[in-house]
Design a protein around this ligand. Structure first.
Ligand code: NAX
Length: 484
């Protein structure tokens, strides 16, 4: 199947092709030579296929041969995993190649328009407004190339890329109701990654789980390749690649914090064992509260899993802090980086802006210290309570979004940006060992690395110690559930 053939508007291409072919044969020839060099080392068939596309991107391919462009034949339904993986690899390589060529082609087109078309800048301006039919055709052609080598192509790859399975616990709850749809849409693991969802909740919530699955089916998400509802953790976690542990027992009337810790400790000990048995390679994010200590319990009950695979979510605290800081500085949240959440996802957390930048400036220089200490820190720490007061319900959509950011960065990389995650402490930053403590990390696809070499001033050290003490107290309260 040829995506280009399927999607191309031939008359527009023919016009555009003839028009640009006459512009600068010398330039086009040189460019074709470069592409030929790129192709060295490829098989004859791949070379022929890519060469055809290269010519297409040069706009000098006759319309007749446009329809002759062929992509590697997709594997037949039921083809082996290896064949499908090989096809995926090939398509991904083509994708990268096309992306690169497309941007070169677009730059080339811009140059040609500016230098060769009479009244070039004016033509370029008019192209944007679609007022000139010929320019509209050119623009349509560019859009077509973008479409072919971009989204549509990626979705085609998705047909053959092996799906990954994501378990979500508390699937019938408020966060689950937002999170599941985001995962199914590709927001968490990328627009070319098919997913299978495994929904776990209590036996009493199975009707609700069924309803959520009906809605997921009704969305007809192209990337959702399957789903199942479970009330048994061992069955739900079998073979999963990611586990979002959202479900937890809420604090009931008259329940002491210690009782809450104990109740959830039992749940997470059992879920740790189930993951250990059924999915020892899974990457886990614990959202259910008390998230850090629940994560510690799960991890300690999963001795065959790498400890680095267990994380607790403090990303919502980070995004809350980024939002507040951006609003105070009067900039877009994109201009904020390196805000750190240290410690526990609780009121003792320390949202630290000592290393943060706002619009390229040090946040500490742009933000009054008084506001930072007496407004910002308590507001971030108490934001959850403020949401409950205002909404009559706890943060759900924002928590789901934070879980998406957390896993997306971990799975696909954070592109150099700092992210805060509760991870098992290893003695760095003076935190000691065996606590799930939130620290700054930078993610590379499939792994995170702690940000090293950062200074901790006396104020930060004091705040970090307070949240560390709370985590130690939580750990002490459930230590009988931690395997020796
Ligand atoms: P909901 O009460 O709406 O949903 C919880 C769901 O979990 C329910 O469907 C319940 O039946 C299920 N559940 C309970 N025990 C279970 C078990 N053993 N196995 C599987 N499912 C189980 O709560 P929701 O608003 O979705 O919040 C879920 C958790 O996230 C809570 O613990 C909440 O405190 C925590 N949060 C954590 C945040 C974080 O940043 N780490 C922020 C948001 C949220 O407060």
């Amino acid at each position: 199947m040829s995506l280009l053939r399927r999607a191309a508007p031939k008359p527009a291409v023919a016009t555009a092709t003839r028009r640009f072919a006459s512009f600068s044969p010398k330039e086009l020839e040189a460019y074709r030579g470069k592409i030929a060099a790129d192709l060295t080392g490829l098989s004859a068939a791949a070379r022929a296929s890519l060469d055809a596309k290269a010519k297409l991107l040069e706009w000098d391919t006759p319309a007749a041969s446009y329809s002759a462009v062929t992509f590697p034949k997709p594997p037949a339904p039921g083809a082996s995993k290896e064949v499908r993986a090989a096809y995926t690899e090939c398509m991904v390589a083509e994708q990268a190649w096309l992306d690169e060529k497309l941007s070169a082609a677009k730059a080339h087109l811009t140059k040609l328009l500016a230098s060769k078309v009479p009244n070039g800048p004016e033509t370029a301006r008019r192209m944007a407004s679609f007022s000139d039919p010929e320019c509209a055709q050119v623009q349509q052609y560019i859009a077509q190339l973008e479409h072919d080598s971009g989204l549509a192509h990626k979705f085609d790859i998705a047909k053959w890329k092996p799906p990954v399975t994501v378990a979500v616990t508390g699937a019938a709850g408020a966060i689950g109701y937002s999170l599941l749809f985001k995962i199914a849409s590709g927001e968490m693991l990328g627009p070319d990654q098919p997913v299978v969802l495994s929904l776990l909740d209590l036996p009493t919530s199975m009707d609700k789980v069924q309803g959520v699955m009906m809605e997921l089916a009704d969305c007809a998400f192209p990337l959702l390749h399957g789903m199942g509802g479970f009330s048994d953790a061992r069955a739900a976690f079998e073979g999963v690649d990611y586990a979002c542990l959202v479900g937890a027992t809420p604090r009931g009337p008259g329940m002491e914090r210690k009782d809450l810790l104990l109740k959830n400790a039992e749940i997470f000990a059992a879920q740790g064992k189930a993951l250990n048995a059924g999915a020892p390679g899974a990457k886990v994010v614990v959202v259910g509260n008390p998230a850090n200590t629940n994560c510690l319990i799960g991890m300690m009950n999963a001795p065959d899993m790498p400890r680095a695979n267990w994380t607790a979510m403090t990303r919502l605290d980070q995004t809350r802090a980024e939002g507040l800081l951006a609003a105070k500085a009067g900039v877009s949240v994109n201009a904020v980086d390196r805000v750190v959440i240290w410690g526990n996802h609780s009121a003792t957390q320390f949202p630290d802006i000592s290393h943060a930048t706002v619009g390229g400036k040090w946040a500490k220089e742009a933000i009054p210290d008084e506001w930072y200490k007496s407004t910002f820190i308590p507001e971030v720490a108490q934001r959850g309570a403020a949401i409950i007061k205002a909404r009559g319900a706890s943060s759900a959509a924002s928590a789901a979004q934070a879980a998406v950011f957390h896993v997306r960065d971990w799975a696909l990389g954070s592109r150099g940006k700092w992210a805060s995650m509760g991870v098992i402490s290893n003695g760095s930053y003076g935190i000691g060992e065996d606590l799930v403590y939130s620290v700054p990390v930078v993610c590379y696809p499939g792994e995170y690395r702690r940000v090293g070499g950062i200074s901790i001033d006396p104020y930060a050290a004091q705040m970090m110690e307070a949240t560390r003490k709370e985590l130690i107290a939580e750990r002490d309260a459930i230590k009988h559930l931690l395997p020796k």
